[in-house]
Design a protein around this ligand. Structure first.
Ligand code: SF4
Length: 353
């Protein structure tokens, strides 16, 4: 099973189709494929070529997504297909995302959910490439997973449509929307191949207005070309105005990869400046990511500023909240869903396929 008629598309005259799974809205003629290369027009119908074709599977801590305010300490079965709707020149998963081929292991949605249970995962993440491009498969996996008591997470670039958000509402519990270079338009054009970041902002509002999905924001900070503090400030202001002070935001350190090997890793000082911008704009739960051991990995109480969740990398080393997730020092309610699992273990990594 590697191909199935897609749901998110419209028929156009002359056997053309318009894909509505992402904000590129590719118009695809008969025999042609969309930019992501895993959706294509066969005989006037849009096919999802990677339905049931899993290219990667691993058990990760949820903190690796990164998610810190939803079910901390849980284990996640992470899967992907090939293909992507973005062309990031720094992609760490380029071997998967930029592979313009249909490859992987055949797995039905039931088998994906069973595999997650076999490895004692608490949820499934659709990650490594942009999951909305294979959302019909993700949805079927997610529905099967929920029946077995698992939750579902998208690690997403947010370059979506109202149609994808509607389908997300059927099965998704949590999403990280990953801005890059704080959505500065020149950066998105030159380093991602995306003409305008506006659809990402629209997606966030659509998720807020039409679903109950838990949202966290990430922002990959790329030295010299994607570290503009003015745009970081604009992004944080948008988040504060539309979502309030409790929305978590993670500023992630860039590492050289793929076509950007000549760039250095993001200086830690640059990340700290972005953190300061978030605090100045009023966001209470800002983090620095990909810098293990940095003090801004921890969750601090927004009232008394004591550490309520102590972290090292993806591991949790201290939990200072009561049974209602109130700060043990001052009683402030911390906006974290879930408690540390009783059987919590550090360093939960395992490659499966
Ligand atoms: S999901 Fe693929 S085919 Fe559909 S609009 Fe996006 S890039 Fe084009």
């Amino acid at each position: 099973m590697t191909t199935k008629e897609a749901i998110l598309y419209e028929k156009l005259p002359n056997d053309k189709v318009r894909c509505t799974a992402c904000a590129r809205y590719c118009e695809i003629g008969k025999g042609q494929i969309g930019l992501c290369a895993i959706r294509g027009n066969e005989a006037g119908k849009l096919q999802l070529f990677v339905y049931g074709k899993v290219i990667a599977g691993a058990i990760d801590p949820i903190e690796k997504k990164p998610v810190t305010h939803y079910r901390p300490g849980t284990s996640i079965y992470s899967i992907a297909t090939t293909g992507c709707n973005w062309l990031c020149k720094y992609c760490q998963n380029y071997d998967i995302s930029q592979r313009r081929k249909v490859e992987g292991v055949d797995m039905t949605p039931e088998e994906v959910a069973d595999q997650a249970l076999r490895y004692k995962a608490d949820g499934i993440a659709y990650t490594y490439n942009q999951p909305s491009i294979f959302i019909e498969f993700a949805r079927d996996c997610g529905v099967a997973a929920r029946k077995k008591g698992l939750f579902n997470i998208f690690v997403s670039n947010g370059y979506d449509t109202p149609e994808t958000v509607k389908m997300m509402g059927e099965f998704l519990d949590c999403i990280t929307v990953d801005f890059k270079g704080s959505a500065e338009p020149q950066f998105t054009r030159l380093y991602i191949g995306v003409p305008d970041p506006k659809p990402i902002f629209d997606t966030l509002l659509e998720i807020r207005d039409k679903t109950k999905i838990h949202v966290e924001i990430t922002d990959l900070i790329v030295p010299r070309v994607g570290d503009n503090l003015e745009y970081a400030s604009k992004l944080c202001k948008f988040i504060y105005d539309e979502f309030g002070p409790e929305m978590p935001i993670h500023f992630l350190r860039f590492h050289p990869d793929y076509k950007m090997m000549e760039f250095e890793s993001t200086p830690i000082k640059t990340l700290e400046k972005h953190y300061e911008v978030a605090k100045k704009e009023g966001l209470s739960y800002a983090y620095i990511g990909n810098v293990p051991g940095h003090p801004l990995e921890h969750t601090y109480c927004s009232q008394c500023n004591n550490i309520v969740v102590k972290r090292y990398g993806y591991d949790i080393q201290g939990w200072y909240m009561d049974d209602d997730n109130k700060c043990k020092f001052c009683g402030n309610k911390i906006p974290i869903t879930g408690k540390l699992p009783k059987n919590y273990k550090q360093s939960r990594f395992q490659f499966i396929i």
